[in-house]
Design a binder for this molecule. Structure first.
Ligand SMILES: [Zn+2]
Length: 327
């Protein structure tokens, strides 16, 4: 597997970044101890759901699943955005804000992913933990207004995902010290399972020949996965924003697809595939199907978990680039 380098070589370990949006941590922890002595349970003060468990929120479903894997049944975990939602430019609802006010912690991805989040935590006053803290970002390529900014989709590297998991473990341990051993054990098991997924993806993608290693997507959301597995990437737009699928973007990708004889192009579940289907019809490539990046599916859909997402993407990419994909 000499064409495969794990992203973990590039990541630097750094202490978890935990920024306060208002309330002082020490004060809330003292309050927590007092409640615990009163046998009311720590962290339940904000939960309000009667379970007595701490309540945490994540900005999107992929990281909510990661948090659940580390938290086990000690913590209530929910995602602010729903499966299939567009997460970059999400507009929080009044009930999102109300919900966040009763959360003990909110996990965001950071790296500029959630453009709505700074304002959101300011209004809700919730404690914030940024999951990508410690990841060495890959800058966005090209000449758009986003060029040089960090690509936010770091969870698409399993090496970087280990950093997310460690940040989750530390934050949950701080929130609920009695669960420290459980969180450590869960995190270790989860990392081992993800390593198996990485090996699976590695095997799948490892069989692609050099000229099959061009991944064409709607958003430039695969830089970390491409880096891990030795793929070149081309995309219609760098980050989901206003400019999605302009005639110029379509023309540029059509050129690349023709030039590199790319057999299949893909688009992600949370955006319109219209422009990419136009690329397919103009270039003669197949539309290779739906990739999952910014959101899981519903529980009964194809990618109910982060692990399933990575596996499914690898299978879709390989089937597209070797057989022309599904029509
Ligand atoms: Zn995205």
């Amino acid at each position: 597997m000499n064409n495969v380098s794990t992203y973990s070589k590039l990541v630097k370990r750094a202490p978890i970044g935990r920024r306060k949006a208002g309330v002082v941590v020490a004060a809330s922890l003292i309050g927590c101890v007092v409640l615990a002595i009163g046998a009311l349970g720590c962290g339940s003060s904000g939960g309000g759901d009667g379970s007595g468990k701490p309540k945490v929120l994540a900005t999107f479903t992929v990281v909510a699943d990661m948090i659940e894997n580390v938290a086990g049944d000690r913590v209530e975990v929910a995602s602010i955005t729903k499966p299939g939602a567009e997460i970059h430019g999400y507009e929080p609802t009044p009930s999102d804000i109300a919900n966040a006010e009763s959360a003990d912690l909110i996990f965001d991805n950071g790296l500029g992913l959630e453009r709505w989040f700074d304002q959101f935590v300011e209004r809700s006053g919730a404690d914030r933990v940024t999951l990508s803290e410690g990841v060495e970002p890959i800058p966005i390529a090209g000449e758009s207004e986003y060029a040089g900014k960090p690509n936010p989709h770091a969870w698409m590297s399993v090496g970087a995902a280990d950093i997310y998991i460690e940040n989750i473990r530390k934050a949950l341990t701080e929130l609920d010290p009695d669960g420290a051993a459980v969180y450590r054990r869960n995190a270790e098991r989860y990392e081992k399972r993800l390593e198996k997924v990485r090996e699976f993806v590695d095997r799948e993608l490892g069989d692609l020949s050099q000229d099959q290693r061009v991944l064409v997507t709607c958003e430039g959301a695969f830089s970390y996965m491409a880096h891990d597995f030795g793929l070149e990437e081309a995309y219609l737009w760098p980050v989901n924003a206003e400019q999605e699928g302009t005639p110029q973007q379509i023309a540029d990708v059509v050129d690349t697809v023709r030039e590199r004889k790319v057999p299949a192009v893909f688009c992600e579940s949370t955006v319109s595939d219209k422009a990419q289907k136009q690329v397919a019809s103009e270039s003669g490539a197949e539309f290779g199907g739906v990739l999952y990046v910014d959101s899981l599916s519903d529980a009964d859909g194809p990618v109910p978990s982060y692990e399933a997402l990575l596996r499914r993407d690898a299978e879709t990419i390989v089937s597209g680039l070797t057989e022309g994909g599904s029509r």
